[in-house]
Design a protein around this ligand. Structure first.
Ligand code: BGC
Length: 389
């Protein structure tokens, strides 16, 4: 019995020494940069807050980030907050209480994190705003995303190219309806504006018409990017404006979760015989299946594996006490394009330095070369691409 107690005590002492060692290296230093440098050597802890598992891409983001941080010797606390903004606040509070050395956050509501991020700033925890810009706080160090306005521009340009729209030929006209994303997500306005600005000359010329008259971001937004919400809205539009045989030519959808709902509504409630041009974004598996089957026309693909690479390299640099800028792009040796932007993203407390990756258009014709041959997806035995996580 005595022997067992002695052994247990020895074990407890050894464990507490390990624990002290970890804590000590992570917190001794006065400046955040220096303490960060120490935590790299010790293998620090990264807190990752993702919005929800119910939107496909965030599962990929979370998994890539976790694996890549772990491969560099960090431990990871990865949380999902069920698309519930107040849950995300308390999840981040818990990460801070757990003494993470750095936070990577994809906000559910970009405007609701100011208070919790002040706590992070007080604890000298650097924060990377991941994919979605966090607003109204000076506590974020950097923003990593894709060029969001370009995502919308690519969708708009795809419509112009596919329908061969020509401002000099006003004899033809096409009907279009817009579906945008969540107003709480700062990206959503960028996507919508990129598409709308690109198509505006054709709308002004009457070549494109919007029978529902819904052309503002607020009118076409989809709370939480929710598929059934997008479906219900499109069903209402079809019933109100297309029931009399009006042809719908284009459904400009900002992303794949909304495109999925819109495609369902068109499948069930649209009476026309033409195939409707439908845009999307992300390369969600269900949407790639629809693209292969000819039910969705395109998606704007964003290689989130690379977005994770940029985030991890940036985090390592921050934790190493550096002040990363555009030189990170060359020193990291990434094989994909990325720009350092110090102009475009103002979160109402100032411009947030941003690393922006480049999105790509994916259609039935290049699905294999862009997604499968590049290794982002494998081709399933059913003939549909499956995302590699
Ligand atoms: C992302 C998109 C995604 C949407 C819904 C946006 O912030 O940039 O890729 O489709 O959220 O998850």
């Amino acid at each position: 019995m005595k022997k067992a107690i002695v052994l247990l005590l020895a074990l407890a002492m050894a464990l507490s020494l390990i624990a002290c060692g970890g804590t000590k290296t992570a917190t001794t230093s006065a400046s955040p940069a220096a303490s960060a440098a120490a935590s790299v050597a010790a293998g620090g802890k990264i807190g990752i807050a993702m919005p929800t598992k119910s939107l496909e891409r965030w599962n990929r983001d979370g998994s890539f980030l976790q694996k890549q941080f772990e491969a560099k010797g960090y431990t990871v606390d990865l949380v999902y907050s069920d698309n519930n903004a107040s849950k995300q606040v308390s999840d981040i509070e818990n990460l801070i209480a757990d003494k993470v050395n750095l936070l990577v956050i994809a906000a559910i509501d970009g405007d609701s994190l100011s208070t919790v991020l002040q706590t992070a700033a007080d604890a000298k925890i650097p924060v990377i705003s991941y994919d979605r810009l966090i607003m109204n706080t000076s506590a974020i160090s950097y923003y990593v995303s894709f060029d969001n306005y370009t995502v919308g521009k690519l969708q708009g340009q795809y419509v112009i190219d596919t329908l061969k729209l020509d401002l000099k030929d006003t004899s033809k006209h096409y009907n279009i309806e817009f579906t945008a994303g969540d107003p709480a997500d700062n990206n959503a306005g960028f996507f919508f504006n990129g598409a709308y600005d690109t198509l505006k000359p054709y709308l002004d010329a009457g070549i494109l018409k919007v029978p529902s008259g819904q052309t503002t971001f607020t009118a076409v937004a989809t709370a939480k990017w929710d598929t059934p919400t997008a479906m219900n809205r499109m069903q209402n539009i079809l019933a109100s404006y297309y029931a009399g045989g009006t042809q719908l030519d284009v459904a400009l959808c900002s992303n794949d979760s909304t495109a999925l709902g819109v495609t369902q509504a068109i499948g069930s409630d649209y009476k026309g015989k033409n195939s409707v041009l439908i845009t999307g974004q992300d390369g969600d598996e269900a949407n790639l299946k629809n693209i292969v089957d000819g039910k969705q026309s395109m998606t704007v693909y964003k290689a989130v594996a690379n977005e994770a690479v940029v985030t991890v390299d940036l985090a390592v640099a921050i934790l190493g006490g550096k002040k990363p800028d555009d030189s990170l792009i060359t020193s990291a040796g990434w094989k994909f394009k990325c720009t350092y932007d110090t102009k475009s993203y103002d979160n109402k407390k100032g411009i947030v330095p941003s690393y922006l990756l480049v999105p790509t258009v994916v259609t039935k014709d290049n699905i294999k070369t862009e997604l499968v041959d590049t290794g982002y997806y494998t081709m399933g035995s059913d003939g549909y691409p499956k995302a590699v996580k």
